[in-house]
Every structure is written in C-alpha cells, then in structure tokens.
Design a protein around this ligand. Sequence first.
Ligand SMILES: Nc1ncnc2c1ncn2[C@@H]1O[C@H](COP(=O)(O)OP(=O)(O)OP(=O)(O)O)[C@@H](O)[C@H]1O
Ligand SMILES: O=P(O)(O)OC[C@H]1O[C@](O)(CO)[C@@H](O)[C@@H]1O
Length: 470
Amino acid sequence: MRRIALLTAGGDTPALNATIFGAVERANELRVQVVGIIKGFGGLLDPNVPHLRLNPLYSTIPELDPRCGGTILGSSRTYIDDSHAGELQLVKKRLDQLGIEGLICIGGDGTLNGMQPISQFMPCVLAPKTIDNDLGLNYLDEPNEWVREVDPESKKEKFRKLPSKQDLDLEDIVNFATPGYATAVYVCVQGVQRIRTTAESHRRIAIVEVMGRESGYLALGAAYGQPDIILIPEIPLDYERFERRVRDLYDAQKNVVIVIGEGLRDQDGKRLGDISQSVDPAGNIIFSGAAEVLQNMLVDSMGDHYFVSRKRHEQAAAATFTRKIGHTQRGGRPIRFDRYYATQLGGKAVDLLVQRQNNYVAILQWNEQQGFHVSSINGNALRDSWRGIHPRLLHPSFYDEHRYQPSKLGVNYLSRIFDNAIGSDDLEILREDLFDTGHLKSRYQSVNVGIHKHIRYLSSGNEEGPIDPF
Ligand SMILES: Nc1ncnc2c1ncn2[C@@H]1O[C@H](COP(=O)(O)OP(=O)(O)OP(=O)(O)O)[C@@H](O)[C@H]1O
Ligand SMILES: O=P(O)(O)OC[C@H]1O[C@](O)(CO)[C@@H](O)[C@@H]1O
C-alpha cells in the first residue's frame, strides 16, 4: 500500500492527535503516504473533499503534536447513508481520485458502524477512541445478547441489551480501555474533589454530571474523587432508596457529593436528561440535564422543612446544586496512559491496514501475564445478528448498586488502568506551563490556522482522474 487516508469521527478526545501521530510515524517507517480527511465522514461527503498531507517526504508535519488534545483533522457526526447507493459511489470515486488504497477511521462504536459500508469497497481499519470507553465487548459472545424490538408508539426499531449471561473475567474483555477515557476520568476526578470542599463548607448536596450517554465507565472512574454516591445509566434509579441514602449521609456529614452519568434512567427506562427530542446527525439524543432533573426531585421530596429543621439552609433549592464536568472532559493534554497507548494503537492500525486486514479493529488488551498490549479483532465479531455494533455497557459486576460504588471487581478493573496512568511530565507541565507569563503576553495560536494552510481540495485537481496530493 502506497497511500492511505485517515479520518477522525464522533466526539473528540484528548488522545486523538496521539493516535494520528502513532499512525503517521508508523507509516513513515513503512514508506506509506498518509492523507488526512477533514471533519470525519463529512469530508468524504463534501464534493471538495478537504484533505491534507500528514507526512510529506515521509516526515510528520510539525502541527501534529501527540501531547495536544483534540484532532488536527477536525471531527463530525455526519452520517453516510449506505441505503443511498449513489452516496457510497461518490465516496468511492473521491477516494479513488485521491489515489487512496486504504482508510483508517479513528472513532468509537458509531464510527465502526459508519466504516462498514466503506469496507465493502476499500480496506478499512478502526483505531479506537472515545472518552465513554464503550467501544469493545465485555466478552466475545456479548453481541448475541442484543435484541431488536419495535417501539409500539413510534413504530421505530430499537435495540435492547438482555441481562449479561456471563460472569466477567478481566482477561476476556475486548478492548480493555479506549484512548481518551483515562484523561477524561482524570478531569472528572479533579472536578469531584474540588466540588467536595465547597459542598462541605456550605453544607450542600452537589450533583456532578459526567458524560457517557450509554455507559457508566466515566461515572465509575470518578470514584477516585470519593463521591458518596455514583449513579450509572445501566442501573435504573430506585429513587426512594437513593433519597434515604442522601438523607443519611447529609445528616451524618452535612454535605453529599453525588456523581451521575448523563444517561441515567428511571425505573420505567426513561432517561432523566432526555427531555428534548433533538438528535445530532449521528442519531444520538442530545441530553439536556439529568442532574437538574435529579436536583428538582430532591428539592421536591426533601422539601425546605428538612433543611430548615437542621438549621442548615432556608430552602432546599439553595442546599442543592448541580455541575456538569461537560466538555472539559474531552479537551486538553492527554495523560501518559492515553498518549502511550493511543500512539501504539495508531501504529497498529497502519500495520493491520498494510496487511490488508479489512474491517479490523486495533484493540488494547490486558492480561496478568503481559499487562497491556495491542492486538486486533475482526469488526464482524462486534456485530449483532442484525449486523449493527452497539456501545459496550458497563458490566453489572463492576458496580455495587447497594453501596453506589465500584464493586471489588470494578476496583480491580480501574486500578489496572489508573495505578500508573499519570507520568511525571503530566505533573511537571503544571509547574512549568500553567502560569507561564508568556501566556499573558501572547494570544492563543490555534492549530487550525496552521492546518488550514495545508488543506487542499479535490476540485483543484483533475476531476476526471486521480490527483496526486503528494
Ligand atoms: N449506525 C450507523 N451507520 C452508519 N454510520 C454511523 C452509524 N452510527 C454512527 N455513524 C457515524 O459514525 C460517526 C461517529 O458516530 P458517533 O457520533 O456515534 O461517535 P462514536 O464513533 O460512537 O464516538 P463517540 O461515542 O466517542 O462520540 C458519525 O459520523 C456517524 O454519523
Ligand atoms: O460534543 P457533543 O456533540 O455535545 O457530544 C456529547 C457526547 O459526546 C460524548 O462525549 C462521546 O460520544 C458523549 O459522552 C456525550 O454525550
């Protein structure tokens, strides 16, 4: 393979540039040219196909820094409709015009779905990324535990995961952790710790919402910040029991810190934050505040009287507050775990592609004997009976729903990832860089400005035949 393309799709993560870097460095060694496609699958749907050379003369462009968060290629959730034959034909034609022989998509479960139709006409490999840590399987048989149902009201097709049929063994997990997850947890933990001391001082109940639309991995990881209660999307909220626990904790310690995953559901399976019906281009529902809904429930059921009787607050509303860690989870410098394994997974994706392992996924595995190591799996192994790929849900054995905390196995899982996740340079950068006086004197230099100068468009080449971007 002489020339490959690479794109990043879905929500960004702090480790995307590290994955791109790993892929480009490996391509340099193998003398493979790498073309970056701008803004995910959207770049392939755009008739101009904005793209850039990532390694002219087999040397990586200086703008590609594995220590910088985000993606220099930009990302989108633009949907390629494979039922629209003409759309796929256009994508094929455009990739052919660029002389592309294989495609690496860096993304999560959605991106792997989006890659499927393209892999019908061109070798494709997925390099994993997602802060949600939901790309992969708890065990190989898991795709067979999804069932298809038709919603009686909307008549729309829905997929539901049946209860796990298998106990979990950490060594069975397919893709133990995904680049982006560790840094996002690092940010959540710092957020929870900072919220705690102010909740303590002001005798308040804090509800901290973290991302993870389907899966509770981020909420579970936030346990390092020692919240009192963790609520995850996989376990429907038993409100009465939860409220009793909140009262007990508040009586004892005059403050409570609660972490909730944004996709938290009630007993009827309805998501608390799902109060708007809007969806993004990938079809994901845009959530609008599970934390606020939970706060309102506490305000209503505990009432002002509860807080007044304890001489702590005049009103329940003033005694409770919500904070979303929000997009800070997705941004900034990746910590060592992410940098190191993202780079390796990028390199592995190039190896798989040049070996023409079509529709393969580069994965990060863990076992007692080897520790973490990169490996691969055929994308078909992640597909259900209807050929769809689903987000990996947090296995119930990772969570102790009675204590609202990680279970023993959950602690074991997290400690494999986080025991050694931070490098000394991650700490040193704080001391050296955060209060650099230079930051006060110079404006932020966006990498987009430099990258923009490299971007080329298909329309500037010969539309009829292959163009040579190199
Ligand atoms: N079922 C699907 N079929 C075709 N394309 C899909 C499908 N699901 C998602 N995609 C496309 O894949 C891309 C990424 O999807 P999505 O936004 O769900 O993110 P992701 O890859 O799951 O990563 P993350 O969860 O970290 O955001 C989008 O461009 C989206 O349109
Ligand atoms: O950046 P957006 O489009 O608001 O997406 C937010 C979503 O992206 C993710 O970070 C990754 O899919 C989710 O955890 C979150 O729900």
